[in-house]
Design a protein around this ligand. Sequence first.
Ligand code: GRG
Length: 341
Amino acid sequence: MLNEFFERWLPVLEAEMRAVLAGGEAATAAHYGMMHYHMGWVDATFQPVTLPAGKRLRPLLCLMACEAVGGETKQAAPAAAALEILHNFSLVHDDIEDGDEMRRHRPTVWKLWGAPQAINAGDAMFALAFAAMQRLPERGVAPETTLAALRIFTETCVALTEGQHLDMSFEQRDCVTVDEYLRMIRGKTAALIGASVAIGGLIGGATPEADESLRHFGQSIGLAFQIQDDILGIWGDPAVTGKAAGNDILRRKKSLPMLHALNDARHGAQLDALLQKPGFGAPDLPEALRLLAATGSQEYANRLMNEFYTAGLDALRFALGERARQSLLWATAEWLMQREM
Ligand code: GRG
C-alpha cells in the first residue's frame, strides 16, 4: 500500500522540486549545483546521479493527509515540495552549525564548497521553499487556503529556529532536564512534521477540528521519530545510519538517553566524569555504553517514544474516525517506528 503511494507520488514530488530549484543561468550554475547535490540529484562535479536521497517523509505525509480527508492529492504537490525543500535547507544550515562533515553517506555541502557558499545555497533554498508554496493557487487552491497554509509554514520556520536555538544552547550547559529536551524537539523536529500533515489536510478540505488533530498526530509521531533518532544515534548500526559508531556519545550530544543517564542518581556522576575527562574519545565508548546500560536509558527512551507514538495514533483516530487504521498515515507511522536509519 505504501509502496504504491510512493511509486505514484515520488516522481510528481521530485518534478515539482526540480522545477522550483531549477536555476538556469550558466553564471550561477554552481549555486544551483550545490542545492542539487544536497537533494541527491547530482554528484560533487554536478553530474547527474541516482542516489538514495532523504526519506521524503514530510512531503509524503502532506500528500497522504490531503488524500486521507478526501482532497485532490495533486493539489498539495507544491506544498509537499516546499516542505521538503525547507527541511533540506535546514539540514544544510544544521550541518554548518554542528560542523558535521557527512550527511546521507556523502560529504556535506559546506565540507565541499566552504561554509559561506553553503550558507548562501541554503538561503536560496529557504526563499525557494516559499516560492514553492506560492504555486498553490496555480493548482486551484483557493487564495484563503494558500494564505492559511503559508501561515502554518511561516510559524513552523520560527519554531525550527527556536528548537535549534535550544539545541545549540544545551551544548554549553551541564544539566538539561527531560522537559527542556522535549521543548527543544517540539521545535526542531515535531513542528515541521506536524505542519506537513496539517498543511496537507488543510488543502484537502479538512474541518479545522480534524486538521488540528492531524497536526497533533504529526507532532506526536515527530516527537517519537526524534527520540528514535536519538536511540539510533547511540545504538544504531553505523553501516545503516551513515553516522560513525558512537558519534552522539563522542560529541557529548545531550540526546534523551544521555540526559536520562546523566540525571541518574547512582551512575550519572560517573558518566559525567567520563564525558568530561581530558582526551575523552573512542576507547572510552565501551565504558560509556556500560553506564548507559546500567541506567536503563535505552528502555526509558523506548518507553517515551512509544507513548508519543500511541498518542499520535489516538489523534489520527480522532481526525479520521474508523478510516484511521486503514489510512496511509497510520501505515507510515508504523513504518517509521520500524526504521533503522
Ligand atoms: C527555518 C529559518 C529556519 C531556520 C532553520 C537549522 C535550523 C533552523 C534548524 C535545524 C533543524 C533540524 C536539522 C532538525 C533535525 C530534524 C531531523 C530529525 C532530521 C532528520 O530527518 P530525516 O531522517 O532526514 O527525515 P532525511 O535524510 O530522511 O531527509
